[in-house]
Design a protein around this ligand. Structure first.
Ligand code: NAD
Length: 259
């Protein structure tokens, strides 16, 4: 690990997102993987992360349950949690033991977990984002700006498309975009948020502002789920040198922070 690389601990490392974050970090000299944490009782507890990964780290990197991660705490710059609501308190404890910033990408957090994260942000840099795509954060900012500039004479609608297996509709991202539209003073009825499900579409959101004689569209297309993992690593590198506080994706991108 070089002096400048950002060392991370991944909580939820056996999951879809966590395993991609760990794999991308291992392939990127700007990051060092300090530990990988799996659910207590996981059959993967104690397993080497992967033959290649294990051979590159000394001692070999094994998946640990949260208790073992705390007992053998290693220092790092940022704990990245993509797991479940139940893990948030454990991730806070691991970040404390590691002297690290905390990035939580886990969605659908309980009020109790969000309150615990807010509280912890008095002691370390904390960012919770249900969407760590940098492009989505910029899209939301562009939409808010367009709404403010064009005013209520332009009618807003949001169309989103996702793969057939996606359970929620409309997507959490569509709801965040809708929130930004309304926050910008625009009227947006729920029936103007349309969700399409089919095929293997990773994620597509189009925001249309239609006025007299013209319409404007802003579209974000996700082509791989890795964008969330890459965005999470980008956020971790940004968070590592921040003072204690509560941060958002807008802070990471230097965009205006909405009240
Ligand atoms: P997943 O089910 O594949 O992985 C979650 C992993 O967390 C599982 O391996 C599970 O065993 C593990 N886990 C659960 N409790 C744990 C604990 N206490 N300690 C350690 N590990 C624990 O799910 P996923 O697709 O990887 O998504 C994980 C979370 O990230 C979900 O909340 C999802 O909605 C969210 N997500 C966020 C973004 C984003 O951009 N922020 C993108 C995709 C998914």
């Amino acid at each position: 690990m070089s002096e400048s690389s950002t060392s991370i601990i991944v909580v939820g490392a056996a999951g879809r997102m966590g395993s991609r974050i760990a794999a991308l970090a291992l392939d990127d000299p700007r990051f060092a993987l300090a530990a990988c944490v799996v659910r207590d009782g996981s059959s993967r507890d104690g397993e080497p992360l992967a033959a290649r990964a294990a051979s590159r780290s000394t001692p070999p990197l094994v998946l640990k349950n949260p208790k073992k991660a705390l007992e053998n705490a290693v220092s790092c710059h940022c704990v990245i949690d993509f797991s479940s609501d139940a893990a948030v308190l454990e991730s806070i404890a691991i970040a404390r033991a590691s002297g690290a910033a905390l990035l939580v990408g886990t969605t659908a957090l309980s009020d109790r977990s969000v309150a615990a994260l807010r509280d912890e942000s008095r002691h370390r840099a904390v960012l919770h984002s249900a969407n760590t795509s940098l492009g989505v954060a910029v899209t939301i900012d562009l939409v808010a700006r367009a709404c403010r500039l064009l005013g209520d004479g332009y009618h807003c609608s949001i169309v989103e498309a996702h793969h057939i297996a996606k359970k929620d509709a409309p997507s959490g991202t569509a709801l965040r975009i809708a929130d930004a539209v309304r926050h910008a003073g625009h009227t947006l009825n729920d029936d103007q948020i349309l969700a399409m499900r089919g095929g293997d579409v990773v994620g597509e959101h189009t925001i249309r502002l239609a006025g007299a004689g013209e319409y404007l569209e802003i579209t974000h297309r996700a082509t791989t789920r890795d964008l969330f993992a890459r965005g999470a690593l980008h956020c971790a590198a940004w968070l590592r040198d921040r003072p204690a506080g509560w941060y958002t994706m807008n802070d990471v991108l230097g965009l205006p922070v909405r009240s």
